[in-house]
Design a protein around this ligand. Structure first.
Ligand SMILES: [Zn+2]
Length: 268
């Protein structure tokens, strides 16, 4: 996970409370659906096209795609089938946030299904329930809710810019954290699942192969080796500027720690 910037004031048209119906005929606007859900006191229990389609509308999906660069909010895997999902689950007690801009993110089906409808809170947090005053700022009141609830899950959009520094990786691509919330997010979304570890490990393996190639090319000349390794490192740093790259948190971790060990080994 890395921090992701979302402009919470740049609300997709279909989610705005003053949006007119963008469908022809008698269809309700998203806000009218929202008011109906609030009146019912729950999100429809079984899948409902007319309700579900509203948080996946093309303008929402397009904006989220740009924000997340086509990657999952939690595991950073690139996927064409990313889903618009809810940070606070719409069927986990947060029905009134089903169409709130700051509650919608992009996630892969695997992370989302593991995350499920649980939304654990810190023991000092208080579970929020709907309050009519929320309607005046329904697309942007996560910050207020976070203060009340103290969630144990991390939202990449409201996390600090350096949130990835809470992650600790090993050379097998497994991830852990000493931070309570990050550890809970890793556990809930299963961010150390085998497929992700393999994908991350491949990045390190590729780097190792490049370093070995430098050792072979230098043929024992340490000055040449140093220069070749610097070139590899510079390329790796440049790769980090690509926001569309997968597993940026792991790449940053490699740069902070693992690359030094790999380079040290090449001089032995
Ligand atoms: Zn994912």
């Amino acid at each position: 996970m890395i921090n992701v910037y979302k402009n919470v004031d740049d609300i997709p048209v279909s989610l705005r409370t003053d949006a007119k119906s963008i469908l022809k005929g008698p269809a309700k606007t998203t806000h009218e659906h929202r008011l109906q859900i609030i009146k019912d006191g729950s999100y429809p229990a079984s899948p409902s096209v007319s309700y579900d389609a509203r948080y996946k509308y093309i303008d929402i999906k397009k904006q989220l795609d740009g924000i997340y660069h086509g990657k999952c909010a939690f595991c950073e895997t690139r996927n064409e089938q990313l889903h618009v999902e809810h940070f606070r689950p719409k069927r986990g007690g947060y029905y009134w946030l089903a169409y709130s801009w700051d509650n919608l993110l992009l996630a892969c089906a695997t992370c989302n299904s593991f995350k499920g409808n649980d939304f654990p809170l810190d023991k000092y947090g208080t579970r929020a329930s709907f309050d009519p005053s929320y309607l005046s700022n329904i697309n942007n009141h996560s910050a207020q809710l976070n203060q009340i609830e103290r969630p144990l899950l991390i939202n990449p959009e409201t996390a600090p810019a350096d949130v990835d520094r809470l992650l600790i990786f090993d050379e097998y691509g497994e991830v852990s954290s000493n931070d309570l919330c990050m550890a809970m997010t890793i556990e809930k979304c299963r961010l150390s699942r085998k497929a992700l570890c393999n994908n991350r490990k491949k990045i390190l393996d590729d780097l190792r192969n490049e370093i070995h190639a430098c050792v072979n090319e230098a043929q024992g000349d340490l000055t040449i080796l140093q220069s070749l390794l610097q070139h590899v490192k510079n390329n790796f740093v440049r790769g980090l500027e690509d926001e569309t790259a997968e597993y940026i948190a792991f790449r940053r971790y490699i740069l902070r720690t693992l690359i030094k060990e790999e380079i040290k080994k090449s001089f032995l």
